[in-house]
Each structure stands twice: as structure tokens, then as C-alpha cells.
Design a protein around this ligand. Structure first.
Ligand SMILES: Nc1ncnc2c1ncn2[C@@H]1O[C@H](COP(=O)(O)OP(=O)(O)O)[C@@H](O)[C@H]1O
Ligand SMILES: [Mg+2]
Length: 255
């Protein structure tokens, strides 16, 4: 069977007034089913742009994927139409963005933001979408989910907003979850809780995989300690410090 995700020699560039920025400069890796892969690199090394490239969410212009292949379950995502790609996003690949504050819509209730995804990708009717939304909020550890669904993002703490983002990302049982620094904005205790939650979700869905993008410290990569965690270094800023982190992440992952 083809790997769940195969990235081959991916290049993404931005054409700016000051010249061409090679944001992603030839990265290759694979993610197998049930596997967790951590992408590690310094700030500005292309982790976010690499993640957005997979989902074809790079703004064009100024950005463009100039070379490489992105195969999802053997399917070449670069060849899909915009409509097909919209189906892949959300239904097949869930994404947890770096900024939980800005990724949620401030004028829609938490419930509506979850049911919207279900109605769009699952064609659920409002009643079953509502039922599933309650289930999802419970799954990500939010107490009193039926009441919480009626509230707005500003009524949630940072950690709870990130849990909601995870609920939305997993709403349609995606085969792959891409998490871009899902815990950077949170304090250390909440970071550990969110990582534990994500570990649990990967275990709960045997076909599910998590591809997790992290900052230079790779602390989260080390914390995951899952036997299936692999760390991959974005290669542009390969420094001794990063490589040390990778080695530690590898050791932690095999403990
Ligand atoms: N819209 C854009 N226009 C120009 N350059 C960009 C744009 N978005 C990202 N970049 C550049 O791409 C590089 C990689 O950015 P990014 O993927 O956000 O890094 P990371 O997530 O690893 O911190 C950086 O040098 C950044 O400045
Ligand atoms: Mg980033």
C-alpha cells in the first residue's frame, strides 16, 4: 500500500519586491498510517509554508509550489481541481493552525463552527451535526459540552480554543492531521494536556496519523514519547543545536 503521505523534493517560493524567497527548499519525507511525524526547525525554516503547501493553501501570488510532488494515499494532490482539493481539506486531512485566536471566527458560536464542517463535508443534517458536535467537544475534554456549544470563542480560554480547533480538525475523521505548532501559544501545563490529547487521538484511530510541526526546541516532539514518533528536520537551518534536539527526540521516541 502507498504511504499515507509522500512529499518528494518539495519547493515553495515567494516572489517579493526584494527577490525570491525559497521558503521550502527541497524537503522529502513520508508519513505512514498510524505514524506520528514531527517536523522540527527554527523559526522561518519553512514548517508552516511546508504544511500549507500540502493543503495547497499558499497564496498565489506571491507564493507558488515550483517543484516536487505531494502524494496523499498515492493520489497526486497537485493534479486535483480546486473543488476536489476542498473535499480533501477537512474530510481527508485535518489541519490545526498555529493561531487558535485568529483561526476561529469570533462572531460564530463554537457549535456553529463545528457543525458547519460536518454539514459541508459529511452532508450531515443539522440535528445529527449538533449531536456529533457535543460528542466531539466531550472527546477533546471540554466539560458541559451542550452548554459550551452555544458560546463564542472569547468565552473560551486559550487552551480550550485549541481543543476546539482539534475538535474541528477531527470532526470528519480525517486520515491525516497536520498540526502547526499546536501548543506554542499555551502555557506549559496546557501544552502537555493538548499533546496528551493528540497522542490519545492517534491511538484511538488506528488509521489516523498525525504530522506535527514544531519549533526549534522540539520539546513537544520529545514529549510525545510515542513509539511511532519520528522527527524530521527542515533542512535549511541545520545547526548542531537542532540536530541534538532530533537525537533526543529519537531517543525519547524509542523509550
Ligand atoms: N507571504 C509570504 N511572502 C513572502 N515570504 C513569506 C511569506 N510567507 C512566508 N514567507 C517566508 O517563508 C519562510 C518560511 O516561513 P514559515 O514557513 O512561516 O516558517 P516557520 O513556520 O518554520 O517558522 C520565511 O522566510 C518567511 O519569511
Ligand atoms: Mg510557522
Amino acid at each position: 500500500m502507498a504511504p499515507l503521505l509522500q512529499i518528494k523534493d518539495l519547493h515553495t517560493e515567494f516572489r517579493t519586491g526584494a527577490g525570491v524567497v525559497c521558503a521550502v527548499d527541497g524537503i522529502s519525507y513520508t508519513v505512514e498510517r498510524g505514524e506520528t511525524v514531527a517536523i522540527v526547525g527554527e523559526s522561518g525554516s519553512g514548517k508552516s509554508v511546508g504544511a500549507l503547501s500540502i493543503l495547497r493553501l499558499i497564496p498565489h501570488p506571491p507564493g507558488r509550489i515550483t517543484r516536487g510532488e505531494i502524494l496523499f494515499a498515492g493520489r497526486d494532490l497537485m493534479q486535483l481541481s480546486d473543488a476536489q482539493m476542498r473535499e480533501v481539506r477537512g474530510a481527508d486531512i485535518g489541519m490545526i493552525f498555529q493561531e487558535p485566536m485568529t483561526s476561529l471566527n469570533p462572531v460564530l458560536t463554537i457549535g456553529r463552527q463545528i457543525t458547519e464542517t460536518l454539514e459541508q463535508h459529511r452532508r450531515s443534517d443539522p440535528a445529527s451535526a449538533h449531536k456529533r458536535a457535543i460528542e466531539l467537544l466531550g472527546l477533546v475534554g471540554i466539560a458541559d459540552p451542550a452548554r459550551r456549544l452555544k458560546q463564542y470563542p472569547h468565552q473560551f480560554s486559550g487552551g480550550m480554543r485549541q481543543r476546539v480547533m482539534i475538535a474541528i480538525a477531527i470532526a470528519c475523521d480525517p486520515k491525516l492531521i497536520i498540526a502547526d505548532e499546536p501548543t506554542t501559544a499555551l502555557d506549559v501545563t496546557i501544552q502537555a494536556q493538548i499533546l496528551e490529547l493528540m497522542n490519545g487521538l492517534t491511538r484511538a484511530t488506528p488509521s489516523g496519523s498525525t504530522s506535527c510541526m514544531r519549533g526549534a526546541s522540539s520539546r513537544a516532539a520529545r514529549q510525545r514519547r510515542s513509539t511511532t514518533t519520528r522527527a524530521i528536520l527542515t533542512r535549511w537551518h541545520c545547526c548542531g543545536r537542532c540536530l541534538g534536539s532530533i537525537a533526543r527526540a529519537r531517543r525519547a521516541s524509542t523509550r
